[in-house]
Design a protein around this ligand. Structure first.
Ligand SMILES: [Zn+2]
Length: 98
């Protein structure tokens, strides 16, 4: 299972790099955000929110490095997911996530 996931991740990252969609700083910000989710998964009360994942991410990367990633996601798939509440996700307003 992990081999398969690892291969998928490698393929995805290679595709992202080839298309130039994300800079190295963007990729660092994405990995930091996802590590935030991993941190939450291992810490009581295990409450997964985008805001908390970003709070943890900001131990490793700056808020300014997360912002362009949100902008790129919004531009690329915004029609499918609707408007991303950047202010809430980056902790400017209280989380309303589940
Ligand atoms: Zn997330």
């Amino acid at each position: 299972m992990f081999d398969s996931l690892s291969e998928k991740l490698q393929g995805t990252l290679a595709g992202v790099r080839q298309r130039g969609a994300l800079t190295d700083d963007d990729i660092k910000a994405v990995v930091a955000h996802e590590l935030g989710h991993v941190w939450i998964f291992t810490h009581h009360p295990y409450l997964q929110t985008e805001q908390l994942a970003n709070e943890i991410a900001m131990r490793l990367v700056t808020r300014e490095s997360l912002e362009p990633v949100y902008a790129k996601v919004q531009k690329r798939i915004g029609d499918a997911v609707g408007a991303v509440d950047l202010a809430r996700n980056l902790g400017d307003t209280p989380a309303a996530d589940h």
